[in-house]
Design a protein around this ligand. Structure first.
Ligand code: AMP
Length: 396
């Protein structure tokens, strides 16, 4: 895959797919600009080379065409501040105005196009729509790792119109390099921490990881399906009834591969799915009826931490409990701290996007781990071994 380091952008018009799908409050203020700041190195390289920048992105999931709530116009002021120049805006991503503004754009200038998803053709991967977008620039750059697992018009289909002139941006390249480093060149011991609500979302990744890791830590809601399958009582905890046999197979597979599989031994339980519920700590296999496990217990934290302290590569995907509620964030926070401590003593730590990234951000530890991925689904699919359409399109 060629990166933007392979080209000098002087005199070029770079059409860049970014992921500026940032959260906005009710007054359209950006509440977290990480996705924008993550793309800045790419934009700066192109502008410093003497190129012009045309940005395309989606924002949210608009269902009924152009809607102010999903307009990228809300981010123009902040993007201008971050870049230190006035960013121009086209209130349609295709059509006369976009063509006109792109045509007159000068070196060092930036044009942001309106939300791609105001056209259903974007998500359908429509070729004619992609061709219209392609006319706006003469080099294509994809820096939107978070949407690289989608074969949308702007993330994949468009690349066919830029033979020999398509490149990955710095964010895309570093996401892939970090995922590759963990999957294919891990310093050992290599520990994966898997959590979150469901086993079913992560089966493929767990199976893949059993081929690669030395230790596999499983926490969060998905751990109760394992506990139940092993004959425990889990009360009202999360259970995927039809995944119990699979859980037992994964336990067997870990044994056969010599992987140290570590499951929770104790659990913080609650009598309601509520931060103010009554709580207690019990053995994970003995959760009383009417109670549910919402976090890992102190003994489990100690077990997990002992493994993490000896790890040289750590991959973390999914929280250890309902970290959104203060009374059940403790396990996730303790594991995050253990990952930070291991990083300080030389381990490489990759935090999968989505909820694990949100948790690390909530605890203010984003800058104390080696890398926080911007991709949730995209990272999962990449690590499962699937070819991402957005990456493939750059390589074809
Ligand atoms: P996922 O998207 O699969 O990574 O799941 C993340 C979600 O799992 C978060 O919103 C957590 O609140 C939730 N979660 C983690 N542990 C539990 C649990 N023990 N019971 C219910 N939900 C949980």
């Amino acid at each position: 895959m060629k990166t933007i380091n392979d080209i000098n952008f002087a005199g070029k018009k770079a059409l860049i797919r970014v992921d500026f799908n940032v959260p906005l409050d009710k007054d359209f203020n950006i509440t977290d600009d990480k996705r924008i700041t993550a793309a800045l190195p790419t934009l700066k390289k192109i502008l410093n080379d003497g190129g012009a920048v045309i940005l395309m992105s989606h924002l949210g999931r608009p269902k009924a065409g152009p809607t102010n709530a999903f307009s990228l116009s809300h981010i123009v002021a902040h993007l201008s501040d971050l870049l230190g120049i006035t960013v121009q805006f086209a209130d349609d991503c295709i059509g006369q105005q976009a063509i006109q503004k792109a045509a007159t754009l000068k070196a060092g200038e930036v044009l942001l196009l309106e939300n791609l998803r105001f056209y259903p053709e974007e998500e359908k991967g429509d070729v004619a729509f992609a061709e219209k977008l392609a006319q706006l620039g003469n080099v294509y750059v994809n820096d939107a790792f978070g949407t690289a697992h989608r074969a949308h018009a702007s993330t994949a289909i468009i690349a066919q119109f830029f033979a020999g002139a398509k490149f990955s941006g710095y964010l895309m390249a570093s996401e892939i390099n970090n995922a590759e480093k963990v999957l294919n060149h891990p310093e050992r011991p290599f520990t994966a921490i898997m959590g979150g609500a469901k086993v079913s979302d992560k089966i493929l990744l767990i199976e893949k990881l059993l081929e690669k890791v030395d230790n596999l830590i499983i926490g969060g809601g998905m751990a109760y399906t394992f506990a139940k399958a092993q004959g425990g009582n889990i009360g009202n905890s999360l259970l995927e009834t039809d995944k119990q046999a699979l859980a037992l197979q994964l336990v067997e597979k870990a044994k056969a591969k010599g992987v140290n599989l570590i499951l929770p031994t104790d659990t913080v339980i609650a009598d309601d799915f509520n931060n103010n519920a009554n709580t207690n700590t019990v053995l994970t296999k003995n959760i009383p009826d009417g109670w549910m496990g919402l976090d890992i217990g102190a003994q489990t934290i100690a077990n997990f931490n002992a493994v993490l302290a000896n790890s040289k590569t750590i991959l973390w995907n999914g929280p250890m409990g309902v970290f959104e509620m203060a009374n059940f964030e403790h396990g996730t926070k303790a594991v995050a701290q253990a990952v930070v401590d291991a990083t300080k003593t030389g381990a490489f730590s990759l935090i999968g996007g989505g909820d694990s990234a949100a948790a690390v951000a909530k605890f203010g530890m984003e800058n104390e781990v080696s890398y926080v991925s911007t991709g949730g689904g995209a990272l999962l699919e990449y690590m499962e071994g699937k070819e991402l359409p957005g990456v493939k399109a750059l390589n074809d």
